[in-house]
Design a protein around this ligand. Structure first.
Ligand code: ADP
Length: 491
């Protein structure tokens, strides 16, 4: 029972009332039901009409002949005897005849006398019988009945009643109609099944097309081609159009890739070319500041600002270089199996050297092993901790949590700062994306001496984490803080 319910539930899930397959099957089935149903109904009606009409005709014939029979018999016999003889002559086991005058039965068929049908009493008391034959049901018997005055040689003898019992024929007809209905239902069921299979087969190429197109990724746009040799011509034409579209998309994708590659190279080259002279400028500024003794206070201040800006720009150029390298796949990752508890503790210690704020660690006592590049993970965590410090009030704690869930090691950086509104959460990992431009610009100070506030930090973090076969997500609520979760393979 449970199996059957399960199967019905699954079938219900598979049936999509909006699908072409469902609509075509229902449509064609409805037309066949209507066609076959009408045919069956029409055939039954026609058979019934033929049956009833033949009986009506025979009754009309008997009603027309009986007065002449009575006249013939009464030439030799008394009228009552002649009447009975004529009735006996015309009666059959199913044709019942009787004549009444002033409520008294003058003569009646033998079958009525013997009450073979068991309805004599009900029949004889009937007074409102029609003059034209019609079908009536009396005590489970179907009868064709009519009544007319009986005139013999111009003399009114009484009222003639004729009844033909058609119960047997009617029952046969009902049985026939029932069999016809069962056969029709069976035929309709078979037709429905056949139609459903046929429609499913006809739509198969469309389904194949949709599966192929679904599986196409940007990289294999050029190789994917729809081959539907067995499909109907309309679908083949559609497949051809798809193939043409795929080629155009592939060309556009390649052109875009080239443009991106050129852009990446350009950014990488420019960053590289600018970083060296800027590092020299920064070096000269630092040594001038250290060695010069005769600088006025405004001159020293100006040189300090120049040195700080040069340093910030060098870090920005380094970030750009890192991103360009990671995206072109030339960044090297030196993965090794390490105890993450020790590494995270060491990174927190480093961050703590630059900030007076409390950075707490929550980690289990058991060692969690991860396969990571320690320098890259350091860069990642320092960036996240720097953000947590930058975007939360000085009184609020920052916590780093280390844990292992199944085959994954997770590192969470949690703060109780301003949080990131939901609509920005998916985009904070994009390059140069900043939630609130005006507010972010005012929050330029990196506690840990990172480049900061160009909107590049999280983009680099994501690229580095993915480079170590991990992933990063953010969960945050405006005004309540953020949790950045890094998931890395544990060993
Ligand atoms: P930025 O150098 O501007 O901090 P990031 O890429 O590190 O660039 O961060 C992108 C943006 O995400 C930031 O401008 C900031 O608005 C938001 N953001 C990042 N970390 C946090 C955080 N811990 N709390 C609130 N907002 C954050």
């Amino acid at each position: 029972m449970a199996d059957l319910l399960g199967a019905i539930n699954q079938l219900r899930k598979r049936i999509d009332p909006l699908s072409l397959q469902f609509r075509l099957t229902v449509g064609i089935t409805a037309v066949s039901v209507l066609g076959l149903g009408s045919l069956a109904a029409w055939t039954s009606w026609q058979m019934y009409q033929i049956l009833v009409n033949s009986h009506k005709e025979s009754i009309v014939y008997v009603a027309a002949r009986l007065p002449r029979d009575v006249a013939l018999y009464s030439e030799m016999l008394p009228l009552e005897v002649g009447l009975q003889k004529a009735i006996d002559n015309r009666s059959t086991p199913n044709l019942l005849i009787w004549v009444k005058r002033d409520g008294t039965v003058l003569a009646k068929s033998e079958t009525l006398k013997a009450d073979t049908h068991g309805i004599t009493a009900q029949l004889i008391t009937q007074s409102d019988l029609p003059s034209k034959p019609e079908v009536r049901e009396i005590s489970d018997h179907y009868l064709v009945l009519c009544s007319k005055p009986l005139n013999v040689r111009g003399r009114m003898v009484g009222q003639l009643y004729i009844a033909q019992d058609i119960t047997k024929d009617e029952t046969m007809l009902i049985d026939l109609v029932r069999s016809l209905s069962i056969v029709s239902i069976l035929v309709i069921s078979v037709i429905t099944l056949a139609i459903a299979l046929y429609v499913q087969r006809s739509l198969q190429p469309l389904w194949t097309m949709s599966q192929t197109v679904k599986a196409v990724s940007a990289k294999d746009l050029g190789q994917t081609r729809l081959q539907l040799t067995q499909a109907p011509s309309e679908v083949r034409e559609l497949a051809q159009t798809f193939n043409m579209m795929l080629s155009r998309l592939s060309e556009a994708w390649e052109q875009q890739q080239q443009a991106w590659e050129q852009q990446r190279q350009f950014v990488g080259n420019v960053s590289h070319e600018l970083r060296t002279p800027l590092t020299i400028v920064h070096g000269y500024l630092q040594s001038t500041l250290r060695r010069a003794t005769n600088l006025t206070e405004p001159q020293r201040e100006a040189l300090e600002i120049a040195a700080a800006e040069a340093s910030r720009t060098i870090r920005l150029l380094q970030d750009l270089l890192d991103l360009a390298r990671a995206e072109s796949g030339t960044m090297q990752f030196r993965l090794e199996s390490l105890v993450l508890n020790d590494l995270v503790l060491e990174i927190i210690g480093m961050a703590q050297q630059f900030s007076s704020r409390t950075i707490a660690l929550e980690a289990p006592s058991v060692p969690i092993m991860g396969r990571v590049d320690s320098n890259r993970l350091r860069q990642v965590l320092l960036n996240l901790i720097d953000n947590a410090l930058k975007y939360s009030d000085p009184g609020q704690p920052v916590t780093v949590k280390l844990d292992q869930i199944g085959k994954d090691a997770t590192i969470q950086v949690c703060d109780r700062g301003r949080g990131i509104p939901l609509q920005h959460q998916a985009r904070v990992f994009e390059r140069f994306y900043r939630v609130d431009e005006a507010r972010a610009r005012s929050t330029t100070d990196s506690s840990l001496g990172l480049s900061g506030s160009y909107g590049l930090g999280l983009a680099i973090v994501k690229t580095l984490v993915e480079g170590m076969s991990g992933s990063i997500t953010v969960r945050s609520k405006g005004g309540e803080g953020s949790i950045f979760t890094i998931t890395l393979p544990a060993y």
